[in-house]
Design a protein around this ligand. Structure first.
Ligand SMILES: [Zn+2]
Length: 210
């Protein structure tokens, strides 16, 4: 299970843990908000995962931190081919632990923006992993994206039904003790809760991680 501190992966985790034992994998890339890592730890702890592994990738940077990177239509938070790297680590962990599924919390909105979240990409990745590992081939390992048909607001609504601890999630692109409520991540969070008709607990609790 690929776990960030965000609502999407937390929701995918809570959906998956109803039927499977879960190990979580979080990536510490260059410049990631410390609060996002704290949130990932808190979510993994609350969910009771069997293992939460933190992988340090200090050379992996967001496009905004790469001098001269041509963004085109991509957002500055884009990390070049991040999912080819993240899922390779997850596949390695799946081979090591005997996992039968690799789960990512990508939603439908993500698929409109990033090619490395497309069905074409994941079909090819899954085939490559099976080709490269007798264990993954024997286990018929699958890459699973349970939120791929839902937009962000629908994910928030599902999170509410699953009792995901939304109060410990982190959506802000900046670091700090509180969400800034002005960056694209915060704006998207606010809009998604409003469309889902759910009160954001962070607005009520002062964003304390417990
Ligand atoms: Zn923000």
């Amino acid at each position: 299970m690929l776990l960030s501190g965000g609502i999407d992966s937390a929701t995918a985790l809570y959906l998956t843990k109803r039927t499977h034992g879960v190990r979580a994998l979080t990536f510490e890339y260059h410049g990631i908000a410390r609060r996002e890592l704290e949130s990932a730890r808190a979510i993994a702890s609350r969910a009771g995962v069997a293992e939460h592994r933190l992988v340090s990738l200090p050379d992996l940077r967001e496009a905004a931190d790469i001098p001269g990177f041509k963004l085109g239509s991509l957002p500055p938070t884009y990390i070049p081919l991040r999912n080819s790297i993240f899922y390779a680590f997850a596949a390695s962990m799946a081979e090591e632990t005997g996992a039968v599924s690799i789960v990512g919390g990508h939603n439908r909105d993500d698929m409109k923006v990033f090619d490395d979240v497309s069905s074409e990409f994941f079909t090819a990745q899954q085939a490559a992993f099976r080709a490269g590992s007798p264990v993954l081939r024997r286990n018929r390992v699958h890459i699973v994206r349970p939120l791929r048909l839902k937009n962000k607001a629908e994910v928030v609504a599902l999170a509410g039904r699953l009792n995901v601890p939304l109060e410990v999630t982190w959506s802000c692109h900046k670091d700090g003790r509180e969400h800034c409520w002005g960056c694209p991540g915060c704006v998207s969070r606010r809009e998604s809760f409003a469309r889902a008709g759910i009160a954001d607990p962070l607005a009520l609790t002062g964003e304390k991680i417990t």
